[in-house]
Design a protein around this ligand. Structure first.
Ligand code: SF4
Ligand code: SF4
Length: 447
């Protein structure tokens, strides 16, 4: 396990800030480094939660208990209110539980608005005609754009975390939702510069544009870019006017077909068959390989990891980190796909429900399933999900690509001692360690 050597903090939230610039070793108020970092950790969880809550509210779904937790968390980090580090760990776990509630709220909003996702093959590359690409999260923007462009001869493409939109009946019914362009958020500058499309960026992760496409990108909802037109009211007429000035895209479909749109109920309907395959030794282990992509070579780990898994394993995935490996043809085990894309990062709630259903089917605890979570984090939502998994008592999670910068040795020790958190290392040896540990579970599953 990596250890951290940084021992400082940073806080400048009150007038006592050291030298008028900030407390960096110990707070003048008495707050120490670990307490300061635990406060930051709680705020990061609340930031992640806020994104999911925003998307749910956009579809008309709210929950006053979630609002109340957010108030409590913000207030706890106020100057001279709470100096108890143990209480901040407890609140992080309560935050994790509230993230589960928020993801569930958003999932209900999506299901009741757009229907139950269905496994769907998504074409990549371009088709002949003018195109608008939607990147980010938040399906309502995509829906409104689809309505306003219907019958106008404009094709709509998803990008990055919008890919799972193709699985929802309420969105896939639009014939001009033609496919997905590019991969995760990190290819925006290159992809958008070379592809003459109009772009709607909705929520994270948006990247400040280059001059090559700054005049054809638009933002919506919480997303803003300096000097870029913002659409506040779902009126996309300016985007439509802009795309009509752009050249048509070539008919250049890619050979890569991506499959998305699996849901917890699709997988639960296969529970009996999955149980049989596990008991027959045909499926030896399940992995959730999910989370964020980020522009570092360390993310290569996740492709190598998935590529090297034995053929008797199944991978569930959520988030945009999947673009590191979702083009690999993993095949199936007696009709059960070896790569199951459950959707956006908030669909981690689906992975949680599947794990609970499997645990019930085998009459064991989740930690006793032949199941390992291998997560990649980039930003606050991934951290909020991480704490939701800890709140469920899930142990032995592999985390990468780095130890979060605000986690010092004290916090890391809590995570390792209580939750057996491991940092990703070498894919081969990690797979070996996981599958060797699994041998006992397998025997138990076989009954
Ligand atoms: S709240 Fe405490 S640590 Fe923060 S600036 Fe004020 S005195 Fe420093
Ligand atoms: S999964 Fe994380 S990194 Fe990827 S687009 Fe969503 S918020 Fe950004």
């Amino acid at each position: 396990m990596t250890t951290k050597t940084e021992t400082n903090m940073f806080c400048y939230q009150c007038s006592q800030a050291s030298r008028g610039t900030g407390c960096t070793t110990k707070g003048v108020c008495g707050k120490d480094e670990t307490l300061s970092r635990l406060q930051d950790n709680l705020m990061i969880i609340v930031q992640g939660m806020s994104a999911y809550l925003y998307h749910a509210r956009e579809l008309g779904y709210t929950d006053t208990e979630i609002d109340a937790f957010m108030e409590k968390a913000f207030y706890a980090t106020f100057t001279n209110v709470n100096f108890d580090p143990q209480n901040f760990v407890e609140m992080a776990l309560e935050g994790g539980e509230t993230v589960i509630k928020t993801m569930r709220l958003l999932k209900r909003a999506l299901l009741e608005t757009y229907g139950e996702p269905q496994p769907t093959e998504v074409q990549t590359g371009t088709v002949k005609g003018r195109g608008i690409v939607v990147t980010g999260h938040g399906l309502k923007v995509l829906e409104e754009l689809l309505k306003q462009t219907e019958g106008k001869g404009i094709n709509i493409y998803t990008h990055s975390e919008m890919l799972p939109a193709h699985g929802y009946p309420g969105l896939k019914k639009y014939k001009h939702l033609v496919g997905n362009l590019g991969s995760s958020w990190i290819d925006q500058r290159e992809l958008f510069a070379k592809t003459p499309v109009a772009i709607v960026a909705r929520s994270n992760c948006v990247v400040p544009p280059t001059a090559a496409y700054a005049d054809r990108i638009f933002t919506a909802g919480p997303t803003r870019l300096a000097d870029v037109t913002h659409i506040d009211d779902y009126d996309f007429s300016q985007v439509i006017e802009r795309v009509e000035t752009l050249p048509e895209l070539e008919d250049a479909p890619s050979e890569t077909i991506l499959t998305t749109g699996f849901s917890a109920s699709t997988v639960a309907s296969l529970k009996g068959k999955i149980k049989e395959l596990v008991q027959a030794g045909r499926i030896k282990h399940f992995f959730v390989v999910g989370g964020c992509d980020s522009p570092t070579d360390k993310l290569r780990y996740y492709r190598d990891f998935v590529e090297r898994l034995p053929k008797d394993t199944v991978v569930l995935t959520v988030g945009c980190g999947k673009f590191r490996f979702n083009d690999i043809e993993l095949g199936d085990i007696d009709g059960i796909p070896r790569l199951i894309d459950l959707g956006q990062c908030n669909d981690a709630i689906e992975a949680i429900d599947i794990a609970a259903a499997l645990a019930e089917a085998f009459d064991v605890e989740i930690n006793d399933l032949p199941l390992t979570l291998v997560l990649s984090w980039m930003e606050q939502k991934a951290i909020s999900i991480f704490w939701s998994l800890l709140a469920l008592g899930i142990k032995g999670i592999y985390l990468g690509p780095t130890v979060p910068a605000w986690v010092n040795d004290d916090i890391l020790k809590v995570l390792v001692d209580n939750y057996d958190i491991r940092m990703i290392g070498d894919p081969d040896s990690d797979i070996d360690t996981i599958l060797r540990r699994n041998t006992g579970d397998e025997e138990m599953m076989a009954g």
